[in-house]
Each structure stands twice: as structure tokens, then as C-alpha cells.
Design a protein around this ligand. Structure first.
Ligand code: SAM
Length: 210
């Protein structure tokens, strides 16, 4: 199975042999990969009937129906989550992810890759009683992705940790990417908007100093 670079990175954060609950599985590629390569069992869920039908076909093609259960549901509704499960949520926006996390019983390990608002995701999941165990930054097909593994427990974080990530703030590739992004934004801000330009200049300077 040829898994994208992004999903391979998600898979590296999953605990070997753990039961995985993949919320928003779509094609179920990661579930197939994990059962074949990581000795996981999976519950692959999706809110979309068509997506789940495609997942079922893919699972059947690999003869993995005894290792991957499928469920048509919203988030984690009607799933009996156990503490040791790994909940994987990848490819959705932060607010959808938070809605799912805040309205259900959760496991001790969450592996999340959100499409947007990563700082809000960090802050809110930390407020739910998790700490950040691992963070991965990667570019796949010219798009940036961040994947975070949260584990139940308490750690203290400062504003920079929330904004850039307690691990990613020390990642040179990630810092280079963010500085380039802020420089591009700065170049497109009108010279008349002095305060906004100053804000971005200070952020770039701050990033160079972190
Ligand atoms: C962009 S796909 C990501 C698929 C896969 N997880 C990945 O990372 O490649 C997002 C999937 O999440 C599903 N989804 C969106 N909201 C959901 C929710 N509240 N509960 C379950 N699935 C949801 C969509 O139907 C879609 O199949």
C-alpha cells in the first residue's frame, strides 16, 4: 500500500498494537497501513456514507475485515472508547476536531493533524488535560502539515509553545517555513499600514530569536 508522506507521518505516531479509532477515515488508507505494518486493530469511522462505502471496499480488497471495523457516525458517537485506544483525527479543521473532542469520552492518546488554527488546537486540547508528546512538521505535495501526539497529563506551556509548538519551536525547517510565510505576508501589506507591518516585523524578529 502506497501511503502519502503525510499519512505515513501520522502512522509513525501511533502506538504499535494499540486499538486505533480513526475518526473521519474517508478511504481508510491509514487503517489498512496500520493493520498491515503496525499490528494495530482499527475502528474506521466517517460521517459520510459514500466515504465509508469506499473505505469498506478498500478494506475488503486487502481482506482486513477482521481487523478493521467500520462505523457510520458523527465523531466518536456510539463508540466505546477505552483509555488505551489511540484516537486519530486527520484532515479536518480545528473547530470540527474540537467539537468531536469536547463532546465525547476520550482515550489517553490523541494523534491529530488539523488543516488550520493549530495554536487554538494546542491550547484547547491542553485545556482538556493533555500534554504534547510529539510534533511533526512536513511538506507534502507543496502543502504544509503539522501532526501532534497528545497524551493525558499536565505540562506547563508558555505563549510561544502554544503558537509555534513546544517541540516545533526548536525545529529549524519549521521556523524557516514560518519566517518565509510571514515575510510574504509582510510584502503584501500596504506601506501605509504601519502598525500591521510593525507587528509582522516583530514576529519575524522574535522567531529568529526563539
Ligand atoms: C479530508 S478527509 C480526511 C481523510 C483522512 N483522515 C486523511 O487524513 O486522509 C476528512 C474526512 O472526515 C470526515 N468527517 C468530517 N466531519 C466528520 C465528523 N464530524 N465525524 C466523522 N467524520 C467526519 C469527512 O466525511 C471526510 O471523509
Amino acid at each position: 500500500m502506497n501511503l502519502s508522506k503525510r499519512l505515513q507521518a501520522v502512522a509513525t505516531l501511533v502506538d504499535i498494537k494499540a486499538r486505533v479509532i480513526d475518526v473521519g477515515c474517508d478511504h481508510a488508507y491509514i487503517d489498512i497501513y496500520l493493520t498491515l505494518n503496525n499490528d494495530n486493530k482499527c475502528i474506521a469511522t466517517d460521517i459520510n456514507k459514500n466515504a465509508l462505502e469506499i473505505a469498506k471496499k478498500n478494506i475488503k480488497k486487502y481482506d482486513l475485515e477482521n481487523k478493521i471495523e467500520t462505523k457510520l457516525t458523527n465523531g466518536l458517537t456510539d463508540i466505546k472508547v477505552k483509555d488505551k485506544d489511540n484516537i486519530v483525527i486527520s484532515g479536518m479543521g480545528t473547530f470540527t476536531i474540537l467539537e468531536i473532542l469536547k463532546t465525547n469520552k476520550l482515550s489517553n492518546t490523541l494523534i491529530i493533524s488539523s488543516n488550520n488554527n493549530i495554536d487554538i488546537l494546542r491550547r484547547e486540547v491542553i485545556n482538556l488535560g493533555y500534554y504534547i508528546d510529539s510534533e511533526i512538521f512536513l511538506i507534502d505535495k507543496n502543502k504544509p502539515y503539522i501532526i501532534i501526539k497528545f497524551i493525558k497529563g499536565i505540562k506547563k506551556y508558555n505563549k510561544i509553545d502554544i503558537l509555534l509548538g513546544p517541540i516545533l519551536k526548536n525545529n529549524i525547517e519549521y521556523k524557516k517555513y514560518i519566517i518565509k510565510k510571514y515575510k510574504n505576508i509582510l510584502n503584501n501589506i500596504s506601506k501605509k499600514k504601519i502598525l500591521l507591518r510593525l507587528k509582522y516585523k516583530l514576529m519575524i524578529l522574535g522567531l529568529k530569536l526563539v
